[in-house]
Design a protein around this ligand. Structure first.
Ligand SMILES: [Zn+2]
Length: 428
């Protein structure tokens, strides 16, 4: 291990990281019997408190703060040896939560990033690039939109105007919600200008725990296709309609559900073990015990790290719908309104993280992410990588979400070493 790697490992202060995460957990905290929970929706007093504490801690570390019109926060560490015109290495995550969420999701990535910068400062590592600590707005989509909103604006996938015009259930716009907590700024945060991006996040699965590894190096984030399917038969009296005289929409839909399951299992066995296919919603009309079902609407969600296997499931669904029309006399409608492509993590970022883990004697596992993250957007405009910390029992989006402090510290060490390598502070 080189002297620089050793000083990084020593400089990451697990107690300082824990204190920040625990303070953040007090904002929007909710009473629970088991675990520790919080509700931090964008534009609420809890969100304001969390943002203000972050800005205070970034300022304590000497970072130069910028806030953009949708409330994304960036704090820049520009060590004297770096030429500030060079593109920065950016790192971070989000501070908003789902309703009744846990204390680590997003928070570990933001405060892990800040701790990484403090460790680089303490270890007096010379860097060739600035480092930016970033907190994205409304990652969870708990109040506005479908999520990953702030990163979609920072990556110029969505305009500031269309984001600010989004409304919550009560008709309050994002613009008004941000104004209410003084959270919108006039600075530019443009992910396209970053040299690279790293996000530390809790795994939200059990693979690291099962493998007994302290850190995961993410290889890819799955793509997601969601479809809405409507099957129409004929509603009729369940007593007086003979079996050979029915067009039962639910019986037809049942065949479709089993096709999705069988096709997905077949692909997992032979083609891609990361594929998952789910019919997660179903509504039935008229939904009465004495009526042959007339109409069924199904929601299908298919995810994988490769597009081809997702399309195989979709093709099989469409073929099945054609067959059901021919064999069962139902009518079908198919829509796919939600399409997000899979994205591979950049080799340079994966290598920097792997080298950092090796230098710190931290055992890692390579794995993909089945959940979406801000990195999904950032990875389309610059080189991106992700580190996962183990989630106890794989639980997240719940007050029972937990990551051991030793794992939080270990993964922050991996993040710190990764940043140092990408920013030109460590050669090996
Ligand atoms: Zn998250």
């Amino acid at each position: 291990m080189s002297i620089d790697s050793q000083s990084i490992v020593r400089s990451v202060d697990g107690d300082r990281l824990q204190a920040d995460i625990e303070t953040n957990a007090s904002f929007g905290s909710i009473p629970v019997d088991k675990g520790e929970g919080r509700t931090v929706l964008t534009g609420t007093p809890a969100n304001r408190a969390a943002r203000e504490y972050l800005i205070e801690r970034m300022t304590d570390a000497g970072l130069e703060i910028r806030i953009d019109p949708v409330g994304n926060i960036a704090g820049r560490y520009d060590p004297t040896t770096s030429q500030s015109s060079r593109a920065p290495v950016a790192t971070g995550s989000h501070l908003d939560s789902v309703p009744e969420g846990g204390i680590f999701d997003g928070v570990l990535g933001v405060y892990g990033a800040l701790e990484a910068v403090r460790a680089l400062q303490d270890a007096e590592i010379d860097l060739e690039r600035p480092v930016e600590v970033v907190c994205f707005t409304e990652e969870e989509g708990g109040r506005f939109a479908d999520g990953v909103l702030g990163s979609s604006v920072a990556c110029r996938k969505r305009s500031v105007e269309s984001a600010l015009a989004l409304k919550d259930e009560d008709g309050t716009t994002l613009e008004d919600a941000l104004t209410a907590i003084d959270a919108s700024g006039t600075d530019q945060i443009d992910a396209r200008s970053w040299d690279s991006w790293l996000e530390l996040h809790v795994e939200q699965g059990e693979r690291l725990e099962s493998a007994g590894k302290a850190a995961g190096i993410v290889t890819a984030i799955t793509g997601t296709v969601r479809c809405s399917i409507e099957i129409t038969g004929e509603a009729n009296h369940s007593g007086s309609t003979a079996m050979n005289d029915r067009t039962d929409a639910l019986a037809a839909a049942s065949e479709l559900v089993l096709t999705v399951e069988a096709t997905s299992e077949e692909l997992v066995e032979h083609t891609s073990e990361s594929l998952v296919g789910t019919v997660g919603s179903l509504s039935l009309s008229p939904n009465a015990v004495n009526v042959v079902p007339g109409t069924v609407t199904l929601g299908l969600d298919v995810r994988d790290v490769q597009t081809e296997t997702i399309e195989t499931v979709i093709d099989r669904v469409r073929t099945t719908l054609d067959r059901l029309e021919a064999e069962r006399g139902v009518e079908t409608e198919f829509e796919r309104p939600y399409n997000i492509d899979p994205i591979e993590m950049d080799d340079r970022c994966q290598n920097a993280l792997s080298a950092a883990a090796a230098a710190g004697d931290i055992d890692t596992l390579k794995l993909h992410s089945g959940a979406g993250h801000d990195t999904m957007h950032v990875g389309t405009v610059t080189d991106a990588g992700m580190i996962f910390a183990p989630s106890r029992d794989g639980i997240s989006h719940s007050p029972r979400e937990w990551t051991d402090w030793s794992d939080a510290t270990a993964t922050t060490r991996v993040l710190t070493g990764g940043i140092a390598r990408l920013a030109g502070g460590l050669s090996e």
